[in-house]
Design a protein around this ligand. Structure first.
Ligand code: NAD
Ligand code: IPM
Ligand code: MN
Length: 362
């Protein structure tokens, strides 16, 4: 099979971690006889520097033509002046909106070796397996923004249609997993959250009576994620809450450098990126953790290309590399860390040693 993959390395550690994920995809393609055709495009701060725009038309066109898009990260201090007219992050938001990618999946499944890097006690982490479904193209991110010298506002707006389609993805994944959905809102304060909760109750009753639905306010959910993470299966929430809760949830897995994401719309095309940012504090040193981006490439194979076995093979190879203690600085004990390249190589080795992969299955 032949597939077009658009690669947007972006800024900071983006180019370092996407290079690792592309190498893994190439190895999987060679091994299974898939022709993955890669094209690389400007995005974010790098695109602002080259063209003045964070999402140039040529990049958007290439993404529309592609079967799937792999993105590193955008942003950094160079473009972070609060008074700047153009920002790298605007490009990412525009891409998500232009492609109608309203459902952002962020799975969290701590690996025993990486748990050691988590500030959460190990007995709370065993058996944690949750999927956060974050609504991605509505809410505060996309409402009207106003700014005067002495005041500013961001409008938080949601339509029933936007809420329904996000929630349906949450219910659908819950049905396919352990049948439990936690819907997170701030219905004690926000009108948008009351609409969200009403809609969740209605969909649960009318379309998903087999899914056990519970509701949590976002502030207590932030606490429950740490105090009893095992109690959750699928968590569905609005855009900003999902952004914040998943950086928090990354600590269950041990590091922000381990969490992948898939951004999906109604069709097969998706955008795949680690949940972390451009990590300016470590960029250019070859020490970033590439596993989140490699795991995002696995989600790309699963959700956009329909290559489930190949996706699983990548996930098992990352898991085996972790088992072997191949850890970047965010996870390793002092003096024990390996480079981005060495971590990527450990995954590649396990993919090319065909026979061992099956044995690594738990
Ligand atoms: P960040 O996620 O870039 O970094 C937070 C911390 O986590 C840093 O200490 C960083 O070194 C560490 N970290 C992140 N990824 C890592 C990895 N793969 N390996 C090892 N350590 C890792 O968040 P920030 O510093 O708040 O934001 C920096 C820039 O990134 C901002 O401009 C922000 O807007 C942008 N950002 C972009 C995306 C994206 O492109 N999807 C996501 C989040 C933040
Ligand atoms: C993420 C990032 C983005 C978001 C920023 C960079 C716009 O934090 O993908 O989690 O807030 O969605
Ligand atoms: Mn974020």
């Amino acid at each position: 099979m032949s597939f077009e993959i658009a690669v947007l390395p972006g800024d900071g550690i983006g180019p370092e971690v996407t290079a690792a994920a592309v190498a893994v995809l190439k190895a999987i393609g060679r091994k299974h006889g898939h022709a993955f055709r890669f094209s690389t495009h400007l995005m974010g701060g790098a695109a602002i520097d080259a063209t003045g725009e964070p999402l140039p038309a040529a990049t958007l066109d290439a993404c529309r033509r592609a079967d799937a898009i792999l993105l590193g990260a955008v942003g950094g201090p160079k473009w972070s002046d609060p008074s700047a007219k153009v920002r790298p992050e605007q490009g990412l938001l525009a891409l998500r909106q232009e492609l109608g990618l309203y459902a952002n999946l962020r799975p969290v499944r701590p690996h025993p070796v990486a748990m050691g890097a988590s500030p959460v006690k190990p007995h709370l982490l065993a058996g944690v397996d949750l999927l956060v479904v974050r609504e991605l193209t509505g809410g505060l991110y996309f409402g009207e923004k106003k700014r005067q010298a002495d005041r500013a506002s961001d409008l938080c707006e949601y339509t029933v249609h936007e809420i329904e389609r996000g929630l349906r993805r949450g219910f659908g994944f819950a049905r396919a997993r352990r049948g439990r959905l936690a819907s997170v809102d701030k219905a004690n304060v926000l009108e948008t959250s009351r609409l969200w909760r009403e809609t969740a109750i209605r969909l649960g009753r009318d379309e998903f009576p087999d899914v056990a639905l519970e509701h949590h306010l976002v502030d207590s959910m932030a606490m429950y994620l740490i105090s009893r993470p095992r109690d959750f299966d699928v968590v569905v929430t609005e855009n900003l809450f999902g952004d914040i809760l998943t950086d928090e949830a990354s600590l269950l897995a041990g590091s922000l450098g381990l969490l992948p994401s898939a951004s999906l719309g109604d069709g097969p095309r998706g955008l795949y990126e680690p949940i972390h940012g451009s990590a300016p504090d470590i960029a250019g040193r070859g020490i970033a953790n590439p596993y989140a981006t490699i795991l995002s490439a696995a989600l790309l194979l699963r959700h956009s290309l329909g290559l489930e076995a190949e996706a699983l093979e990548i996930e098992l190879a990352v898991s085996a590399a972790l088992d072997a203690g191949v850890l970047t600085a965010d996870l390793a004990a002092p003096g024990q860390s390996v480079s981005t390249q060495a971590a990527a190589d450990a995954v590649l080795e396990r993919i090319t040693q065909h026979c061992q992969v099956a044995e690594l299955r738990d």
